[in-house]
Write a protein that binds this ligand. Structure first.
Ligand code: MEV
Length: 324
């Protein structure tokens, strides 16, 4: 029997980086997904095939955990080996992974979606853990991807979906409902490594904890005002808060990029409610929140003034699930 599941990528409406320091963030699952198909084999071989992640064939007895990730496939090898060892599985499997989450420049949780879809597919094949345990199972892999420290909010969002206000350690979350937001995701084409931006902020914080904690607290307040704006469907206010958050991420935390700033400026000038970088920053993507009647002009101006790719996707969609 073939198991066929998918997991969403994510955007941060507000609160990236400060969430690593225990503050609140608002994250949303997006309708760009990673699909994982698995089917049991009659031997003891693991065979992986993926356009984006490459190929590997390994006998179960030779599976080994991977300490450091040097390329995309290491992440999948590590997850599969850990799952097989932990649950002492001796049945071979074919795994296929496909994704429509752009991964060149990062910022949309493509690796997180891979983790969730592969675990979900393995688990649905062998029935070992409850969905509520996915987070704890996956957080060590997310930490390796982020160079040692990760909030885990992206995992939560890819597993459970929706819009959530989340705070880590201890994990608390609040689902923010089913608001229909018009969002553009603007890909700078500049590759951004989350591990580098996270450690960049960490070094700054280590040198001057007070100043950084003040910024994190400011962002935390922005997130909580954002929650209120979402609950009241006040998109003008939400847009203003996104702009404020972007300014702090850019000027104070130093994780923006001239191209991200330009996207924000063009979007704002052409009628967007707000815009900001999303994810680790220093490249990757920006998101734009806009009133429907401004969509065409914003896209036109962005494409005429910048080399970028623009994606229009649904937000607040479901987490990892079976595909019929
Ligand atoms: C990266 O996509 C988001 C960060 O907040 C890191 C994290 O939450 O682990 C920068």
């Amino acid at each position: 029997m073939e198991i066929n599941v998918s997991s969403p990528g994510n955007i941060f409406l507000l609160g990236e980086h400060s969430v690593v320091y225990g503050k609140d963030a608002i994250i949303s699952a997006i309708n760009m997904r990673t699909i994982c198909k698995v089917s049991k084999r009659s031997d003891d071989v693991i065979k992986l095939n993926s356009e984006d992640y490459g190929k590997f064939i390994e006998n179960i007895k030779n599976l080994e955990a991977v300490e450091e990730y040097h390329n995309r496939i290491d992440l999948v090898k590590d997850l599969v080996s850990t799952f097989y060892k932990k649950f002492e599985i001796d049945n071979g499997i074919d795994i296929r992974i496909n994704s429509n989450i752009p991964k060149v420049s990062g910022g949309m949780s493509s690796s997180t979606a891979v983790l969730c879809s592969v675990l979900d597919a393995l688990n649905k094949s062998f029935n070992k853990i409850n969905k509520n345990d996915y987070f704890n199972f996956l957080i060590p892999f997310q930490r390796k991807i982020h160079g040692g420290t990760a909030s885990g909010v992206e995992l939560f969002s890819s597993i459970f979906g929706g819009y959530n206000k989340i705070k880590m350690s201890p994990l608390t979350f609040e689902n923010l409902g089913n608001l229909k937001l018009h969002i553009l995701i603007v890909d700078t084409g500049i590759e951004a490594r989350t591990a580098e931006t996270v450690s960049y902020v960490r070094n700054g914080w280590k040198n001057d904890k007070n100043s950084y904690e003040n910024i994190f607290n400011e962002i935390h307040d922005i997130v909580n005002n954002g929650k209120k704006a979402i609950k009241e469907n006040d998109l003008e206010e939400l847009g203003k808060l996104m702009l404020k958050d972007h300014e702090l991420l850019s000027k104070d935390l130093g994780v923006s990029h001239p191209k991200l700033n330009k996207i924000v400026k063009i979007a704002k000038k052409n009628g967007a409610y707000g815009a900001k970088l999303s994810g680790g920053g220093k490249g990757g993507v920006a998101i734009v929140l806009f009133p429907k009647n401004k969509e065409k002009i914003i896209i036109k101006k962005l494409l005429s003034q910048l080399k970028c790719k623009i994606y229009r996707t649904e937000v607040g969609v479901c987490g990892c699930e079976n595909i019929k």
